[in-house]
Design a protein around this ligand. Structure first.
Ligand code: GDP
Length: 481
C-alpha cells in the first residue's frame, strides 16, 4: 500500500507502528512481527509521508546495493577517478566509534541524513557488530562489502586525519574544494569534532557535499538535532516528523530490529522474569566515574528516586516480619542493567529481608554484570543490545544521566524516563531524579557555530528553533522536543 505524498502529516493521519512491516516479508526476522506482542500498543505513530519516503528509499537501496551494476560502476569510478555517466547512486557509509549506544544513535542520524539527501546507507560492521540486528531493508543488504576500496582509511579517520572535510576546509576554501570535485569525502562528526568539521551542518556546505558520490561518516553522536537546523531540510523533516519527539523512536524501530539470536535472549529473559508481573520497572545504572559516584551515594539516590520521590516502588517495613496475604496483591518486576552486580544485590536483598509497606511484591532481576566495557567483543555487545531492549519493554524507566545506552532504551520503548541526576562532590543529589520532557536522545557535542541565521561563533544553538533545545541531563547538548 502506498500513502499520499501530499499528506499533511497531521496527527489524524498517523499510521500505527506496525506499518513498517513489509507486505512480502518472509518472516526471517522474528522480532519484526513478534515485538508487537511484547510492546504495549504504541501510541507513537508514523507519518504517512515518512512511510512513503522509506518505501522509496528501499527501492533506491535495492537499485544501488553492493554488487549491483550501479554499485560496481561507482566503485570503478572511485578507483579510477574518472566519472562517465551519473549512476544516480550516491552513498553514506557509516563506520563505528565507541560503545553500542553511541553507535546506534550515530547510525540512526546517518541514516536519516541519507534518506533526506537521497543517498544509500551502508554500514561497516566488524565481527563485534554482526548478527545484532536484522537486515532493515527488504531483499538486499546494508553491509559495506569487505573489498570496499577506501576501507583501510576508516581506522585512521579521527580529528587529526588530514583528508577529513574539516581539515581540508582548514587549508582550502569551498571554492577550491569544488574545483577538486572529489568522489569521496570523510566526515568526522564525533564528540571532539571542531568548528571546521561541523561546517557539515551549514547549508552552503551541504550544497557542495551533495555532489560527492561517497561520504564516509564517523561519529559517536546523535547529531540529528543539527540536521533540523539546516534550512533546506526543513520541508522534508517537518512532513516526516510532525511530532519531533518521536524521531529516534521511529528511526530505531525501523532500522534496529533484534536479530533472531538477540530476540531469543530477549524473549527468554522476558518470559522467565518479567511477563507475569503487573508492572515492569527498568533501572539503568551507568557509572562513568566510581570516585565521583560511589556505590552508597548512587544507591541512596536510586532509593530516594524510586521509593521516596516518585513512588515507583513500595518502601519496606522493617518493623514487621510478615504481612497478611491480600487478594489484590500487585507484583512488580524490576530489571536492573549495570556493569556491576552490587546495585542489584542490594535492591534484591531489601525486598527479601522485609515486607513492603503495602504488600506489593517486588522481584529484582539482572541479566548480566560485565564488570568493564569491552571493545571488539561480540557477545558483550549482544548482551548490551538485549538489555537495551529489555529496558524498553518496561512500563516505567529510570536511566542514568549522560548515557547513550539509556537513550536507546527510552527511544525504543517510547518512554520518557526518570533521569537520575549526576552526583557531584560524592553527594546524593536532591531531587534524586527528574522526568525527561522528551524521549529523544541528547546530542552531547553539538557545534557552537551558527550558520542558519547568519555566521556567528559561540552561538546558542538551543535558541534558534522551538523544537531544538538543551538536554535535561547535559545542558550544553541539544535535543528535539
Ligand atoms: P554510554 O557509555 O553509557 O553512553 O553507552 P554505550 O553503549 O555507548 O557504551 C557503554 C558500553 O559499556 C555498552 O555498549 C556496553 O558494552 C557496556 N555497558 C555499559 N553498561 C552496561 C550494562 O548495563 N549492561 C551491559 N550488558 N553492558 C553495559
Amino acid at each position: 500500500k502506498t500513502y499520499s505524498i501530499e499528506s499533511t502529516g497531521v496527527a489524524e493521519d498517523m499510521l500505527p507502528g506496525e506499518s513498517w512491516i513489509w507486505e512480502k516479508d518472509t518472516g526471517s526476522c522474528l522480532s519484526r512481527f513478534q515485538s508487537l506482542l511484547y510492546r504495549k500498543i504504541s501510541h507513537q505513530k508514523i507519518s504517512p509521508y515518512l512511510l512513503n519516503k522509506i518505501r522509496d528509499y528501499e527501492e533506491h537501496h535495492k537499485r544501488c546495493a553492493p554488487y549491483t551494476e550501479m554499485y560496481n560502476r561507482t566503485i570503478k569510478e572511485l578507483e579510477s577517478g574518472i566519472v562517465s555517466e551519473p549512476t544516480g547512486c550516491h552513498y553514506v557509509v557509516w563506520t563505528a566509534l565507541e560503545g553500542l549506544g553511541n553507535r546506534i544513535l550515530s547510525m540512526a542520524s546517518a541514516f536519516l541524513y541519507a534518506v533526506i539527501t537521497d543517498r544509500v546507507f551502508l554500514v561497516e560492521f566488524e565481527a563485534d557488530m554482526i548478527d545484532l540486528f536484522c537486515e532493515p531493508f527488504p531483499n538486499t543488504s546494508w553491509l559495506l562489502p569487505a573489498d570496499f576500496p577506501l576501507k583501510n582509511q576508516f581506522k585512521l579517520l579521527d580529528q587529526m586525519f588530514p583528508h577529513s572535510y574539516g581539515n581540508m576546509m582548514k587549508t582550502n576554501t569551498i571554492k577550491t574544494m569544488m574545483e577538486l570535485s572529489p568522489l569521496s569525502m570523510y566526515l568526522y562528526l564525533a564528540h571532539d569534532a571542531d568548528d571546521h568539521d561541523t561546517l557539515f551542518f551549514c547549508q552552503e556546505h551541504q550544497a557542495f557535499l551533495g555532489n560527492i558520490p561517497w561520504l564516509i561518516i564517523k561519529s559517536d553522536q546523535y547529531f540529528t538535532p543539527s540536521l533540523f537546523l539546516i534550512p533546506s531540510f526543513d520541508p522534508k523533516l517537518n512532513k516526516m516528523f510532525p511530532n519531533k519527539e518521536i524521531v529516534f523512536h521511529n528511526l530505531a524501530h525501523y532500522l534496529f530490529q533484534p536479530s533472531n539470536r538477540a530476540w531469543g535472549l530477549i524473549t527468554r529473559f522476558y518470559e522467565s522474569y518479567l511477563a507475569k508481573a503487573d508492572k515492569r520497572v527498568g533501572l539503568q545504572i551507568r557509572i562513568f566515574d566510581r570516585k565521583v559516584s560511589p556505590f552508597h551515594v548512587v544507591m541512596d539516590q536510586i532509593l530516594a528516586c524510586t521509593i521516596k520521590e516518585k513512588k515507583i516502588l513500595a518502601g519496606v517495613n522493617t518493623h514487621e516480619l510478615v504481612v497478611p496475604p491480600s487478594i489484590n496483591l500487585t507484583t512488580k518486576a524490576v530489571v536492573v542493567t549495570s556493569l556491576y552486580s552490587e546495585y542489584y544485590e542490594h535492591i534484591k536483598n531489601l525486598y527479601w529481608m522485609a515486607p513492603t509497606v503495602n504488600g506489593e511484591v517486588v522481584g529484582v532481576y539482572q541479566p548480566s554484570h560485565e564488570g568493564i566495557q569491552h571493545f571488539g567483543d561480540h557477545m558483550h555487545n549482544m548482551k548490551a543490545w538485549v538489555e537495551m531492549n529489555l529496558l524498553s519493554l518496561c512500563d516505567e524507566l529510570i536511566t542514568s544521566s549522560w548515557s547513550t545506552f539509556g537513550y536507546v532504551s527510552q527511544g525504543l520503548g517510547g518512554l520518557r524516563p526518570w533521569i537520575l541526576v549526576k552526583p557531584e562532590n560524592r553527594m546524593t543529589p536532591h531531587p534524586a531524579c527528574g522526568r525527561a520532557e522528551s524521549m529523544e536522545p541528547c546530542y552531547h557535542s553539538p557545534p557552537s557555530y551558527e550558520c542558519r541565521t547568519g555566521p556567528k561563533v559561540n552561538a546558542d544553538l538551543g535558541a534558534i528553533v522551538p523544537h531544538v533545545n538543551h538536554c535535561e541531563d547535559f545542558n550544553t547538548g541539544l535535543k528535539l522536543f
